[in-house]
Ligand binder design. Structure first.
Ligand code: FES
Length: 65
């Protein structure tokens, strides 16, 4: 099992929070759409925006599993 860690410090959004948010998402082949819905659910990447690439990387990783 993968360990949890903070992906977005501004909004305190963890790896598992992104994983949970993705479960509510239907369209698994569109990373950008997935990013938008994860953003909506968790508010990650709505602060400084510095975690954008990290969030995208986590989503791509989770979607490719
Ligand atoms: S670290 Fe995610 S918005 Fe700042």
């Amino acid at each position: 099992m993968k360990e949890n860690y903070m992906v977005c410090n501004c909004k305190q959004v963890s790896y598992f929070a992104i994983l949970d948010a993705l479960h509510e998402h239907e369209n698994f082949d569109n990373v950008l759409a997935a990013f938008e819905s994860v953003k909506e659910v968790t508010h990650c990447s709505t602060g400084c925006g510095g975690c954008h690439d990290k969030v995208m990387a986590v989503i791509s990783e989770l979607l490719s599993q």
